[in-house]
Design a binder for this molecule. Structure first.
Ligand code: NAP
Ligand code: ZN
Ligand code: ZN
Length: 347
């Protein structure tokens, strides 16, 4: 057992406080990663505040984890001590069901082991996330990161990157297509960069007029204030694909109306309340509404390699652990450019 420094929420909605706990000793197939940085995803906030129900405490959040391998088990093949490595939202799965065999471990039919607010596959041992100094994980769920890349700016790719890359690829977004990105936060800014790198013509729909210059800098060609109904109407029927990253309740019908015939809107944001969808929003234009959950391990590695090749990194504000609670408040207010990343040396 190794004593690990961390920040945890001890009960629902409580502020995060310094916390220590034990990580397991590495098994034959485990790697030990000394964490250097961990991103703050809005899902961390939803779960700390138990907005989705069923949260378990104490909770050490964090699933945008990057660091350096400090020890490996005897049977580890893919990593050596000193390698840069990452861990995203998954730390294990059954590895036998149809979805695991397809490399879609996030949909494991036995229920995957999520990085925190869950359990290992024994269904007993709680998992704890990356707001901590160290993690021990089976090498099959660790990602390889090039040593040439700045680790702080890679961290958000482990969730925000894969969550936007996966549906853009799955729905075949390609050069010349029109893509709308709703919400310019952590996921949204990665969606803009990745869709632009795929050659799409990207428009951002944002409630924050002040983000217009950033949207262009990140690679968007268009920017629409989503509170301006006149401007929104001008965009009707123009989009092949829309990705909705908004974390709070909002009207989906408005954005469905912006799709072309046979266009697809994918929901990745997870507001607390259900949304009402009018049949007319879908049947006119034979439009599709879909959802997407992170991505499997194989696809996460593919995304990291794609981002390395295209020189895509996250725009981050690095903070010490003592600023986590403030960063949560700022994220909820939309005051983040565009991901808070915790410096793990401050735990
Ligand atoms: P974030 O950084 O807080 O970004 C969310 C953005 O949504 C905000 O920056 C804001 O953009 C917009 N927004 C916020 N409140 C709004 C409101 N009331 N009305 C309209 N727009 C609003 O959050 P994130 O980390 O990107 O995560 C976004 C959502 O995705 C969260 O719900 C998170 O849990 C979920 N998520 C899902 C997956 C998955 O696998 N499906 C993975 C990770 C995260 P503007 O200022 O531009 O309007
Ligand atoms: Zn996340
Ligand atoms: Zn499985």
């Amino acid at each position: 057992m190794s004593n690990t420094r961390a920040y945890a929420s001890l009960l629902a909605s409580a502020p995060l406080v310094p916390f220590t706990f034990d990580r397991r000793d590495p098994g034959p197939r485990d790697v030990v990663i000394e964490i250097h940085y961990c991103g703050i995803c809005h899902s961390d906030i939803h779960q700390v505040r138990d907005e989705w129900g069923g949260a378990t405490f104490p909770m050490v959040p964090g699933h945008e984890i990057v660091g350096v391998v400090s020890a490996i088990g005897k049977k580890v093949k893919r990593f050596r001590v000193g390698d840069h490595a990452g861990v995203g939202c998954l730390v294990d799965s059954c590895r036998k069901c149809a979805n695991c065999k397809d490399g879609e471990e996030q949909f494991c039919q036995k229920g995957a082991a999520f990085t925190y607010n869950g359990t290992e596959m024994d269904r007993k041992t709680p998992t704890q996330g990356g707001y901590s100094s160290r993690i021990v994980v089976d090498e099959a769920f660790a990602l390889k990161i090039s040593k040439k890349l700045p680790l702080d700016r890679v961290a958000p790719l482990l969730c925000a990157g894969i969550t936007t890359y996966s549906p853009l690829k799955r729905f075949g977004v390609k050069k010349g297509q029109t893509v709308g990105v709703v919400g310019l936060g952590g996921l949204g800014h990665m969606a803009v960069k990745i869709a632009a790198a795929l050659g799409a013509h990207v428009t951002v729909f944002s409630t924050s007029a002040g983000k217009q210059a950033d949207a262009k800098r990140l690679g968007a060609k268009g920017f629409v204030n989503s509170r301006d109904t006149v401007e929104l109407e001008k965009q009707a029927g123009k989009f092949d694909f829309i990705i909705d990253t908004v974390s709070a309740p909002h009207d989906l019908n408005v954005f469905l109306g912006l799709l072309k015939r046979d266009g697809t809107m994918v929901i990745v944001g997870v507001p607390q309340e259900p949304a009402a969808v009018e049949a007319f929003s879908l049947i006119g234009g034979r439009r599709r509404l879909a959802g997407s959950l992170i991505g499997g391990i194989r696809e996460t590695q593919e995304m990291l390699d794609f981002c390395a090749k295209k020189k895509i990194l996250s725009d981050v504000e690095v903070i010490p652990a003592s600023k986590i609670n403030e960063a949560y408040e700022r994220t909820v207010r939309g005051d983040v450019k565009y991901r808070f990343v915790i410096d793990a040396s401050t735990f």
